[in-house]
Structures are given as C-alpha cells and as structure tokens.
Design a protein around this ligand. Sequence first.
Ligand SMILES: NC(=O)c1ccc[n+]([C@@H]2O[C@H](COP(=O)([O-])OP(=O)(O)OC[C@H]3O[C@@H](n4cnc5c(N)ncnc54)[C@H](OP(=O)(O)O)[C@@H]3O)[C@@H](O)[C@H]2O)c1
Length: 295
Amino acid sequence: MERVDFRKTGKMISPVGVGTYYDPSWIAMAKLTGIRKDRERRTEAIRTAIESGINFIDTAEMYETEPMVRDAIENTKREDLFIATKVLPSHYSYDKLINSCEKSLKKLGTDYIDLYQLHMQSSNEKIKDALRAMEYLADQGKIRFIGISNFDLEHTKMAKEWLKKYDLASTQMNFNVAHRNIESDIVPYCKENNIAILAYFPLAHGKLTSASDNGKKIIEEISKNHGPKTLPQIVLNWFISKYDFVYPIPRASNPDHVRENAGAMGWRMNKDEIEMLEDAVKEIKATTWFGDHTT
Ligand SMILES: NC(=O)c1ccc[n+]([C@@H]2O[C@H](COP(=O)([O-])OP(=O)(O)OC[C@H]3O[C@@H](n4cnc5c(N)ncnc54)[C@H](OP(=O)(O)O)[C@@H]3O)[C@@H](O)[C@H]2O)c1
C-alpha cells in the first residue's frame, strides 16, 4: 500500500486517488428523482478502491455522489482517508459556502473534509468571499486544506495571494499524458509554490485505456522492466513517475477497473520510459467528447 506525503504536511495519501463524477444525465436523475443509477455497484467500486490501497477520494456537491462516499467509507477509520470535495460557484458567498460545507459534511457523514475545493473560476469578488469563508471553515477544523479547480494561472496566483492565514494546497485540472497544456504554466508554478495538482480526466475520459499497435509496443517494453502492466496502469503511473506533486484521480464505477488502476502504484518508470510513452501518444488527439468542459 503506497503512501506519499501530501505537500510535505505529514498527511499520507495514496499517489493515485479515485474520482466519483459520472455524467450529466446521471447527475440530473439523482438531483431530480433521488435515484442514483447503479448505486450499489458504484459504491462497491469506491469500497474496492479503499480495499486496493487507495485512500484518496474525490467528490463534489455537484456530483450527487457524496452519500455514496459516506456508504463506502463507513467501515474505514476516518484518519486513514483523505476526502476531497468541491463547492459550486453559485455558492461562492461567505454564508452560502459555509452552508454548502455543512451540507457536504452531513452527506459525507464526517466531521471534517480533508480538501475543500472551489470547483470553478468565478468573479474576483466571489472568489475572495469564498476564500474568506474557506479560512473560517479551516479555523473551525471543518476543513483541513483549501484547494481550487479549473483556475487559470492568473487566478491561481490571485487565489494564493488572497488567502491570508492558510496556504493554497492544491488545484485540480484536466491533465493527462495526451493533454499536457498545463505543463507550460500551472505545473511549474505549482512546483515552485508547493501546490499539489489533482489530475482529472487522467485517462482522457477512457480514451487512454485501449492500445493501438504503437501502444502495445510500449506496454511490452514497460512490462519487460516492471512486470506485467496494462495501458491504464502505465498512463496513470506516468503522473507519479514524472512528478511528486501530481495525483491522478481516475473515476470509479467498475470495481474491476478500480482494482486495475490501483496497480499503477508501487513502481516508477525511468526518464527514458516516460519519454517513450510521451512520444507514442503525441499523435493521439485526446480531446474529450465535451472538450475542456468542467465537471
Ligand atoms: N474538477 C473538475 O472540473 C473535474 C472534471 C472532470 C472530472 N473530475 C474528477 O476527475 C475524475 C476522473 O474523470 P473522468 O471520470 O471523467 O475521466 P477518466 O478517469 O479519465 O476516465 C473515466 C473513464 O475511463 C474508464 N476507465 C477507468 N479505468 C479504466 C480501466 N482500468 N480500463 C478501462 N477503462 C477504464 C471509466 O470506465 P468505468 O467508469 O466503467 O470504470 C470511464 O469511462 C472524476 O470522476 C471526477 O472526480 C473533475
């Protein structure tokens, strides 16, 4: 069970997490009718993540999956877990954000959230208000770390500056071996400022899970050096081999996939292997079916 020190804070997390966003129609149905399609299987997938050594779970008030996270974690010691959730921009005012946090705590069945993230960018005034509320929640011990998501570099810098008492702990961005645009700005800034990056769409929404002939050669090569590996494992391992502050959060809905993805931990590729993989995927156009849309 691999653990790494989250931003050198002493909080030990698995370098690969698990995400719980499904799709807009799933969310709409859950919101409108309370029916969470395949709830048991998806909850089982989160539980499988924990059993497979993943202690880092990403959810959001928007996803309607916080109650499933609660069910999945009920038999695990709270201090052994790292729970990240997010608040929507429509709740970026002091009172509304505190209210959202209380609701998330209740849905998650916990006294505190490890990482509370502003889900998307908004107006400067709203972000400032939201960060003020975040600091109040951190003072109260209701949240441990403050993060953002989908902020451009300029707003990432501003968010860091606007926090008075606490550090900006993390950002969450669309990032994978075939979609690396943040490597030119956000990644170096985060490295320099000890800000963790949670990589969403780490498998390019599933596009990086099946291998072309070129991909098969890479799998063979890497498996020769590290024991049998699959493409999802290699693509997820890319983050943790290349960076010690970037954590992929592939989603859980199929327990078999989750078990497989846990096999991305516990080993590292060398520089040549990383470059070989990057070269091989250069041709793949990994735009997702809804582009850079944020969820
Ligand atoms: N902050 C944001 O705005 C934002 C935006 C998007 C996502 N997120 C977070 O990031 C997480 C990941 O994003 P995502 O779920 O859209 O994309 P993803 O993890 O890149 O891809 C998920 C897709 O890959 C499939 N998959 C996963 N493991 C696999 C395996 N081992 N073999 C074959 N297929 C596999 C999944 O199928 P199954 O579901 O059948 O396993 C699903 O279709 C979300 O769950 C959410 O927590 C955040």
